[in-house]
Design a protein around this ligand. Structure first.
Ligand SMILES: NC(=O)c1ccc[n+]([C@@H]2O[C@H](COP(=O)([O-])OP(=O)(O)OC[C@H]3O[C@@H](n4cnc5c(N)ncnc54)[C@H](OP(=O)(O)O)[C@@H]3O)[C@@H](O)[C@H]2O)c1
Length: 260
């Protein structure tokens, strides 16, 4: 019987921000394809719950839970160390967790808020990727996936620094794709549109925003976390072995529709 090129059997995947939303959906889908997954967020109990659910469905030892704040380098090093000790070398890294502590014009953002967004959404990805790279180099292959946003492709009057950070993630992926390509390590981004998660709750619970999104989105709805997870499985798998430095936009067509 031939093995699907989407198969991830035996691969070890760290997914940050996987206690809920896009990260949890990604971990569930990767586990369903045979991967061993590391569930991580700031709250150990929330990670334990997702890992227990995955282990109940796919067998004990499929998932482990390691709490880590992406703001803390020591936490991320522990995340990598625990993964190696408990599951083995890292094959797949999904940099999914991100922060957006400010909503408003650029004139109102404090320096601390500005730095926090850049630190959590760019620098922490750099840290974690560098920590995971030795395993991928030794294996002669690896897949890094950064969850960016269509915000990184657009101007905005409300979440400007968040969008700057997401635009930088596209460039981080391109730079690393060039640097790591000779080691057969691929680095790509996923750029979701509006997805029904806690992070975007204020938007999808607002009727005015939802009306606008539906009117400008060809598929006439917002997305679900599961609809992002499939692309992460694809990019992690052997179905994507010639794709690197790219960004896959998953937004129901929001960014391609002309106003008229
Ligand atoms: N939802 C959207 O519309 C949308 C659109 C475009 C891009 N995105 C991107 O998609 C990614 C996932 O977002 P989501 O919508 O799935 O959000 P979500 O449902 O709110 O989940 C966020 C996850 O990240 C964890 N997290 C938050 N801050 C963290 C920190 N400082 N350190 C470690 N973990 C942290 C959360 O757990 P704890 O809070 O317990 O730590 C949770 O597991 C983000 O990069 C976001 O920018 C989302």
């Amino acid at each position: 019987m031939s093995v699907s090129s989407f198969d991830l059997t035996g691969r070890v995947a760290i997914i940050t921000g996987s206690s809920r939303g896009i990260g949890a959906a990604t971990a569930r889908k990767m586990a369903a394809q045979g991967a061993k997954v590391v569930i991580s967020s700031r709250k150990q109990d929330a990670c334990d719950a997702v890992a227990a659910e995955i282990n109940a469905q796919h067998g004990a030892g499929t998932a482990i839970a390691v709490a880590a704040s992406i703001s803390r380098k020591d936490d991320l090093q522990n995340l990598v160390d625990q993964t190696r000790t408990q599951l083995g070398p890292i094959d797949i890294l999904v940099c999914n967790a991100a922060s957006n502590p400010y909503y408003g014009p650029m004139s109102g953002i404090s320096d601390d808020q500005f730095r926090k967004i850049l630190d959590n959404n760019i620098l922490s990805n750099h840290w974690l990727i560098q920590m995971a790279l030795p395993d991928m180099r030794a294996a002669g292959r690896g897949s890094v996936i950064i969850v960016s946003s269509i915000g990184g492709l657009q101007g905005t009057a409300s979440i400007g620094v968040y969008n700057i950070s997401k635009a930088a993630d596209f460039q981080l992926a391109r730079n690393l794709a060039v640097e790591l390509g000779p080691d057969n390590i691929r680095v790509n981004c996923i750029a979701p549109g509006l997805i029904q998660t806690d992070m975007a709750r204020a938007l999808w619970e607002n009727d005015q925003v939802m009306g606008h999104i539906r009117s400008v989105t060809p598929l006439r709805r917002i997305g679900q976390p599961d609809e992002i997870a499939g692309a992460a499985v694809f990019l992690a798998s052997d179905a994507a072995t010639y794709i690197t430095g790219q960004s896959i936009v998953i937004d129901g067509g929001t960014t391609i529709a002309a106003a008229l």
